[in-house]
Design a protein around this ligand. Structure first.
Ligand code: NAP
Length: 346
């Protein structure tokens, strides 16, 4: 079969930096550009799936962070998967599955060395490289084990528990026979699902009496924080001696003008707690162990993984907005290429 080489590329680029608040319909715009000629060492990749992540909201702010801000006019940065169409690199050939920062666009053209070759394991599916065995699954693993130092018998509280990271973290904690697990999320359907998975307490942070409900679950040994803000503040008020607070994310602040003040930080001192931030990409040396662990948990039937998938590059902006509105359960992914054969395995 002869694959024709594309000449045009549709991209979703950053149009303007949003002020505080959610992204709007003018934050991004679509454009079609010519595909440049490949240089030595470069590849042309057809993007199949792009990952949507809360951290992308931070990447479009002009502030100091773990990655530089996306430039105005540049394709939106995004982790994704694709198939090599043309290669001018000795390390890749047409048809190879690759992963990397291949952005919101139909085709990636760039240095092959910035991509990683992937092989779907027997019985596995491509999309898992963005979810269960990708950054979000590994964030849950690193967060609970390396940062949270989870041990059997702990009371583990997880916010954002029905999202990509939270769902995995909740089920890892539930796999410890003596751990008590409290899962916090934003709607009754999510709570029902978390209960079905085995969470001992499920709390809706939008309930009027949430504070009271949260207080009733008792002292916390590990708080896996995906959201920051008022939920974090209350968790700090309830930490047990030697508690571990896993500073994973703060989605409640990503759209805010100013983060919510934290009043109970002094409990970190009096309870001799550890409050530690991390960025999963710094823990690459642990990824192999993490993938083995998660695959094993899945084989044992103790880890159910969900994807929230939309189709077409034109859905990226709306799907990112939906994620901030809590419409996803599990990992949010956009299927960019229309003819990908992995669809049946979603
Ligand atoms: N440190 C790292 O290396 C690392 C890596 C990956 C992700 N993260 C962080 O981990 C967190 C979860 O990421 P994810 O990819 O798994 O996203 P996700 O949980 O799949 O999606 C975001 C969820 O956040 C909840 N949410 C939105 N606004 C909220 C608010 N104001 N207060 C409380 N909850 C809110 C929504 O669920 P509800 O319906 O429950 O509101 C939404 O579904 C994010 O903060 C992300 O930045 C960190």
């Amino acid at each position: 079969m002869v694959t024709s080489v594309p000449t045009k590329n549709t991209q979703v680029v950053l149009n303007e930096r949003p002020k505080a608040g959610p992204i709007t319909d003018t934050t991004f715009r679509s454009q079609t550009v010519d595909i440049p000629e490949l240089k030595d060492g470069e590849v042309l990749v057809k993007v199949t799936y792009t990952s949507l992540d809360p951290t992308q909201r931070g990447w479009i702010n002009d502030t100091r962070s773990y990655l530089p801000p996306v430039e105005i006019g540049a394709p939106m940065r995004s982790n994704g998967l694709g198939r090599v169409v043309v290669s001018k690199s000795d390390d890749f050939k047409a048809g190879d599955l690759v992963q990397g920062l291949i952005n919101w666009q139909e085709y990636y053209v760039g240095p092959a060395q910035s991509l990683t070759k992937k092989q779907v394991p027997e019985g596995g599916k491509e999309i898992d490289f963005l979810g269960l065995f990708g950054m979000t699954g590994l964030t849950a693993y690193i967060g609970l084990f390396d940062i949270g130092q989870i041990k059997d018998g702990d009371h583990v509280v997880i916010s954002g528990a029905a999202g990509a990271v939270g769902l995995t973290a909740t089920q890892i904690a539930l796999s410890f026979p003596k751990c008590k697990v409290t899962a916090i999320a934003g709607n009754p359907e999510k709570l029902e699902y978390l209960k079905k998975l085995g969470a001992h307490n499920v709390l809706n942070y939008k309930d009027e009496d949430f504070k009271k409900q949260f207080k009733n679950v008792g002292l916390i040994d590990v708080y896996f924080d995906n959201v920051g803000g008022a939920i974090l503040d209350q968790a700090l008020a309830q930490i047990a001696p030697y508690a571990r607070i896993v500073a994973c994310g703060a989605i409640s602040a990503y759209n805010a003008d100013k983060p919510t003040p934290i009043y109970n930080y002094f409990n970190v001192i009096s309870m001799k707690a550890t409050w530690k931030g991390f960025i999963v990409m710094d823990h690459a040396a642990r990824f192999k162990d993490g993938i083995t662990y998660l695959a094993d948990l899945q084989k044992q039937g103790k880890l159910e993984y969900k994807y929230h998938v939309t189709e077409g590059l034109d859905t990226v902006v709306g799907t990112l907005q939906d994620m901030f509105a809590g419409k996803n359960v599990g990992k949010t992914v956009v299927k960019v290429a229309k003819d990908d054969s992995d669809k049946s395995k979603l």
